[in-house]
Design a binder for this molecule. Structure first.
Ligand SMILES: [Zn+2]
Length: 168
């Protein structure tokens, strides 16, 4: 077994999933898929991540949170024009922790992204379903199958349905 080869293949799989292509600067992967997260709407430069009990209710609510509630600056690395890479299941964000020089490619679970004032993004709807395609994977229940991937129906996440321009 070639350990290095396996490592490179797994890393490439992560990069491919979020559509990232390596340039001069490459940072270590940090797995944050167990945390809920939110990108600061106003300045678009901070990512907050936290356990569900510390869910911020509205903008500006972040400051007085204690416990397992963290924030990192989104690291605008100059070799890259994008610093947030969204894949179907995971999002990779370049972050600077400003602690001991730690900078990461942080991976978050899309199902745990908090958008706006609610956790609607982790609630599903029975009116739409997801197939296995990389793009255009949301279908109304009136559509029985996906002609491309033939996947079975799984309820869609409400925020994704709205993002794709459907009305619930
Ligand atoms: Zn499909």
């Amino acid at each position: 077994m070639d350990i290095i080869k396996n490592y490179k293949a797994a890393l490439q799989e992560l990069y491919d999933h979020v559509g990232f292509r390596e340039d001069w600067v490459v940072l270590p992967i940090d797995d944050r898929t167990d945390m809920f997260w939110r990108i600061n709407d106003n300045e678009d430069k901070v990512v907050y991540f936290f356990e569900l009990e510390y869910l911020p209710i509205k903008d500006g609510d972040e400051a007085d949170r204690g416990g397992n509630f963290y924030s990192d600056e989104i690291y605008k690395q100059r070799f890259y024009t994008e610093h947030v890479y969204r894949g179907k299941d995971y999002t990779m964000i370049m972050v600077d922790t400003h602690t001991d020089g730690n900078r990461f490619f942080a991976f978050y679970d899309n199902k745990k992204e908090v958008i706006g004032d609610s956790i609607q993004n982790i609630e599903t709807t029975e009116k739409f379903w997801d197939c296995e395609c990389e793009h255009n994977y949301i279908h109304p229940k009136t559509t029985k199958d996906c002609k491309l991937c033939k996947a079975k129906q799984e309820d869609s996440i409400i925020s994704e349905v709205i993002k794709q321009g459907f009305k619930i």
